[in-house]
Design a binder for this molecule. Structure first.
Ligand code: NAD
Ligand code: UDP
Length: 339
């Protein structure tokens, strides 16, 4: 079985490549390196002792995709490629709609032309109508009413792929709604390497720990949560990667479109994360309480039952492991892949 992984040099993609290679899949990566480094793939090969094929390609570029499908027999595609910064998406909505929608449409068209009809798509918990639906979110809960263009691109991509699956009985689409991936491969060789100032909590904390940032800003401590700080469903990136393996197996044995949450079902607050990281690293994380961040919800966590029942997958790694592995990656690679 050969799997094409778009966005495979990125954070979640690189960890998924490790799991695929370790489970005997042939892996082809297509990435334009707009938010990642090819070094991640050399590290994936070091971890697994196996090789993969890399194409530096823009997934919006149909001719480039066509060449990849001409040269390889691809059984399934995992589509991670896309822009993902929520705040930036409100500043550059057209870039986000263009890249995130054009890539999916180009990919599905080229796949159809080559008779490759299995796609796993990286969606997000942000598609849930969290302002009107309480956590835990289950797959049947209402979606839409997104708070930013990034969220809408995920919502629209799901619909595009759902319509594609409805139009052709041979198509299999698995839309995976991720909650908050953190952590790294336990080797410390690959991990999250955001460019510029991190938007997300965990990379921000780990950059404070390693001395790249002065202190953490906690966005609000007056939410209706046990300690007043925001609650999220953090999931170890290796658990998430293993969820993709299950999704590929599912796509091989089913047709149609299906949606699954990939989360743990447990919510932790910002303060919980700070304390757990301090314990794992032995380093104190200075913080100040700042204004709430616009668009943030008090709490957001998953109902993971459907994934367990149908995919046969559940997250098995706890918060301690998530913090330990994040720190192991960050302390060994204080400046990410740049050295
Ligand atoms: P990432 O930025 O590390 O990886 C995305 C990769 O896609 C990058 O390597 C980038 O270079 C590449 N890319 C972007 N546009 C491309 C294009 N047109 N052609 C080829 N390559 C392109 O992000 P990640 O955290 O690994 O996220 C992977 C996917 O999961 C994204 O679609 C993201 O929206 C989604 N997701 C991420 C999170 C999260 O918290 N990290 C949560 C929910 C969903
Ligand atoms: N957060 C914070 N400081 C930061 C980044 C995030 O307090 O520098 C909080 C944020 O308000 C939310 C939680 O941490 O309650 C997770 O935020 P993140 O951006 O990582 O994920 P998302 O908001 O997309 O779930």
């Amino acid at each position: 079985m050969t799997v094409l992984v778009t966005g495979g040099t990125g954070y979640i993609g690189s960890h998924t490549c490790v799991v695929l290679l370790e489970n005997g899949y042939d892996v082809i990566v297509a990435d334009d390196l707009s938010n990642s480094s090819e070094e991640a793939l050399r590290r994936v090969e070091r971890i697994t002792g196996k090789t993969l094929t890399f194409y530096k390609a823009d997934v919006c570029d149909r001719a480039a995709l066509d060449r990849i499908f001409e040269a390889n027999k691809i059984d399934c595609v995992i589509h991670f490629a896309g822009f993902k910064a929520v705040g930036e998406s409100t500043q550059k909505p057209l870039e986000y709609y263009d890249n995130n929608l054009a890539s999916t449409i180009s990919l599905a068209k080229v796949m159809s032309e080559h008779g490759c009809k299995r796609m796993i798509f990286s969606s997000s918990a942000t598609v849930y109508d969290g302002r009107n639906v309480p956590s835990p979110f289950s797959e049947t809960d209402r979606t839409g009413n997104c708070t930013n263009p990034y969220g809408w691109t995920k919502f629209m991509n799901e619909q595009i792929l759902r319509d594609w699956a409805a139009s052709d009985p041979g198509v299999s689409v698995v839309n995976l709604r991720y909650f908050n991936p953190i952590g790294a491969h336990p080797s410390g060789l690959i991990g999250e390497d955001p460019s510029g100032i991190p938007n997300n909590l965990m990379p921000y904390i780990s950059q404070v720990a390693v001395g790249r940032r002065d202190h953490l800003n906690i966005f609000g401590n007056d939410y209706d949560t046990p300690d007043g700080t925001g609650v999220r469903d953090y999931i170890h990136v290796m658990d998430l990667a293993e969820g993709h393996l299950k999704a590929v197996e599912y796509a091989v044995s089913h047709t149609g479109e299906e949606v699954f949450n990939l989360g743990t079902g447990t919510g932790y607050s910002v303060m919980d994360i700070v304390k757990a990281f301090e314990k794992a690293s032995g380093i104190r994380i200075p913080y100040v309480i700042a204004e709430r961040r616009p668009g943030d919800l008090a709490e957001l966590y998953s109902d993971p039952v459907k994934s367990k029942k149908i995919l046969g997958w559940e997250a098995v790694r706890g918060l301690e492991e998530m913090c330990r592995d994040t720190w192991n990656w960050q302390k060994n690679n204080p400046n990410g892949y740049e050295g």
